[in-house]
Design a protein around this ligand. Structure first.
Ligand SMILES: Cc1cc2nc3c(=O)[nH]c(=O)nc-3n(C[C@H](O)[C@H](O)[C@H](O)COP(=O)(O)OP(=O)(O)OC[C@H]3O[C@@H](n4cnc5c(N)ncnc54)[C@H](O)[C@@H]3O)c2cc1C
Length: 342
């Protein structure tokens, strides 16, 4: 049949990786979802794919990433006194100005160090901002980013590091340990792949603090692939998860299949008379299956769960919020007021 129904899926993809090799692979997986070109992924394809995105300015895909620098406060070269980490934080915040919104900073008092996090897009645009203003911080931050992510960040031509100061990378497990100890640190980025309908992806993308990459309905031509819809609630009792098929002969099933077939026939007729897929899609329903990668920090996901795992929310986004809640609970992170789900 040209039309099929599938259930919602939520797949946690863990924390954004700290090594460049793994980070490039993660970005490739997210980016290829947009064009359904996952079959082009090979063991060596990630670097070229991500550099192509960067060259063409498709930087939103590079947001599915996280680079957390740990900057240890300076030892003053003449007095030998250690600079308080709070001074380092104030200096950085005043350099970054409006770019602070794209970063998280967290003081690590025991180490007299500061963690500063941002996704790759955030870092790229912050470094350009600092460079354009001839700010000294550009050189040491660009030097550090080049050291840890040499394919994505070019070397600064000047001083690679602040004199007397150490910079290293906090890996995702260290970020998670800090988060579990102190929720306000908010350093790791968590990535989920969600398969749901277009109506629900539209609700998801209203959560502006997240980053998104979504299967395109503009470029995907459904004519030869068939049309996949998300299972509406009233068909649930007739869905066999073993075979992923609907029980035939039920009047509701017959009604839904006839509706869906009609819409798909109109879509095919439009493509056949030369309309581009991006125009022919006008007739496709809200229930059209779409895949979306969503990335964000714990504060954003916590807010999402609070708003969407609620009786007021749409039942299908609620299913998603419950799966997200469950994943975080498995990491030992929970929102207050957890509801009991049967
Ligand atoms: C039950 C329910 C019903 C809804 N009904 C409707 C509806 O009828 N119509 C409709 O249009 N939407 C509706 N929405 C969507 C809703 O209005 C929000 O767009 C969505 O829930 C995202 O929430 P948010 O803005 O708090 O989250 P985010 O966009 O993720 O923002 C998170 C936080 O960041 C801050 N923030 C982000 N961007 C800004 C900004 N530009 N300025 C200031 N602070 C910012 C705020 O502190 C905010 O709480 C509904 C949502 C729910 C849960």
């Amino acid at each position: 049949m040209a039309v099929q129904f599938v259930k919602i899926e939520v797949s946690p993809h863990g924390m954004a990786p700290s090594s460049e090799t793994d980070a490039l692979k993660m970005i490739e997986v997210c980016g290829r979802t947009a064009y359904k070109s996952e079959d082009k992924i090979t063991p060596d394809s990630a670097k070229a794919f991500v550099l192509m995105l960067k060259k063409h300015g498709h930087l939103s895909v590079l947001e599915h990433s996280n680079a957390v620098l740990r900057v240890t406060a300076d030892v003053h070269s003449q007095t030998g006194a250690v600079e308080p980490v709070q001074t380092l934080q104030q200096n950085l915040v005043s350099c970054l100005k409006e770019r602070n919104a794209y970063h998280r900073t967290h003081v690590l008092p025991a180490a007299n160090a500061l963690a500063i996090a941002g996704n790759f897009r955030g870092w790229m645009e912050t470094l350009r901002y600092l460079q354009d203003r001839s700010n000294d911080a550009y050189h040491w931050l660009a030097g550090a980013m080049h050291r840890f992510f040499p394919n994505l960040f070019k070397a600064s031509e000047s001083t690679p590091c602040r004199p007397g100061c150490d910079i290293d990378l906090l890996d995702s497990q260290q970020q998670l340990a800090l988060l579990k100890n102190d929720n306000s640190s908010d350093l790791p980025v968590f990535i989920f792949k969600i398969v749901c309908d277009r109506g629900i992806t539209h609700e998801i993308v209203r959560h502006r603090v997240f980053s998104f990459t979504q299967e395109s309905t503009r470029y995907v031509n459904y004519k030869n692939k068939g049309m996949t819809l998300i299972l509406p609630e009233e068909l649930e009792p007739y869905y066999d998860p073993e075979t992923a098929a609907l029980h035939q002969g039920e009047s509701l099933v017959t009604m839904w299949e006839a509706r869906a077939d009609q819409l798909f026939q109109w879509y095919q007729a439009d493509v056949n008379r030369g309309r581009r897929p991006e125009i022919a899609r006008d007739i496709l329903p809200n229930l059209l299956k779409s895949e979306i990668f969503v990335s964000g920090r714990w504060s954003g996901w916590k807010h999402f769960i609070e708003l969407r795992d609620s009786r007021q929310a749409h039942p299908r986004i609620r299913i998603i919020a419950q799966a997200v809640r469950k994943y975080f609970a498995s990491l030992g992170l929970s929102c207050g007021g957890d509801e009991v789900h049967t």
